[in-house]
Design a binder for this molecule. Structure first.
Ligand SMILES: Nc1ncnc2c1ncn2[C@@H]1O[C@H](COP(=O)(O)OP(=O)(O)O)[C@@H](O)[C@H]1O
Ligand SMILES: [Mg+2]
Length: 279
């Protein structure tokens, strides 16, 4: 046992060994299929050979120690890494059998289908209305003002914000509380009719009450969207997700049903992390 553990730890630091993830990487009804994904920042190998399916209408949590590659991997899913000059991605990431890294891929459209919500709420310096209207305007989703109003209304409703802001849609988004701003950013993502929403530690700048509201919202959104959430909070992962993926030093160590990952992890590294031995 001691020997095999040592071997596991050693293999983590060795760049070129093939990596086998423990657990269930595939699902019956995948929305995104990732195969052999590697990411480099110049010489730095940040993501090693990650293979995983993201299921339809599931919330999947990505957990692991700081710097293990959660954000890097999340950004692969809508080519947000394209904006980092040193960053190179290889491997296959498929949505509807189409590789999103195809040179013919329309990246603007991809980022509408795979929306993103960031750690720090980042509303545009515009009105609440215009924040949500921005995407639908770019993508020509409304033929007239009435249709646009309807999209704004529905998106704010789905983001659980409509009641709180309906009488002040013309006021700046930045004047809202942190939790409301984050729900505004979720409404902005929803407004362009995405299939997947990526969330990178969406609650880490929020107080516990605002966090609870967002977590409740994530659970409701799952009916319509696939959600990939990076979180440094294991409690949050346990509360909101159905599947959990554990990353360590750029490798996907283990993935499986959330309850099983937290009660009966198969890999020593996962167990060490969830029992608080490091991280
Ligand atoms: N823009 C970047 N340029 C160079 N290295 C980066 C960049 N972003 C992240 N990294 C490195 O890649 C590794 C993974 O980082 P990251 O994905 O941010 O981890 P996490 O989100 O799990 O904390 C870290 O070693 C980090 O220093
Ligand atoms: Mg991160």
């Amino acid at each position: 046992m001691e020997n095999s553990n040592t071997a596991e730890y050693n293999s983590i630091d060795t760049d070129d060994q093939p990596h086998k993830t423990v657990g269930q990487v595939t699902v019956d009804n995948p929305r995104i299929i990732c195969r052999g994904v590697n990411v480099y920042y110049d010489e730095k190998h940040a993501i090693h050979d990650v293979t995983i399916d993201i299921g339809s209408n599931e919330v999947i949590a990505m957990i692991g120690p700081s710097g293990c590659g959660k954000s890097t991997f999340l950004r692969c899913l809508n080519r947000m890494n394209d904006t980092i000059a040193s960053c190179k991605v290889s491997g296959d990431i498929l949505i509807d059998d189409r590789n999103i890294y195809d040179k013919n891929m329309d990246v603007v459209l991809l980022r509408a289908r795979v929306g993103m919500v960031f750690q720090k709420p980042n509303p545009f310096p515009k009105s609440i209305y215009e924040n949500v209207a921005f995407g639908p305007r770019i993508h020509g989703l409304a033929n007239n003002k009435a249709e646009l109003d309807e999209i704004i209304h529905t998106s704010l409703e789905k983001a659980g914000l409509f009641k709180e802001v309906k009488d002040r849609l013309d006021q700046p988004g930045t004047a809202l509380s942190g939790g409301q701003q984050q729900r505004l950013c979720i409404a902005r993502a929803i407004a362009v009719d995405p299939e997947v929403i990526l969330m990178d530690e969406p609650c880490s700048a929020l107080d516990p009450i605002a966090t609870a509201i967002i977590e409740q919202l994530i659970d409701e959104l799952r009916e319509q969207y696939t959600i990939v959430i990076v979180t440094h909070s294991m409690q949050q992962a346990a509360r909101v997700s159905q599947r959990t993926a554990y990353f360590h030093l750029g490798k996907l160590i283990e993935v499986g049903p959330t309850e099983q990952i937290f009660t009966n992890p198969q890999h020593k590294l996962t167990e060490d992390y969830i029992t608080g031995r490091f991280g």
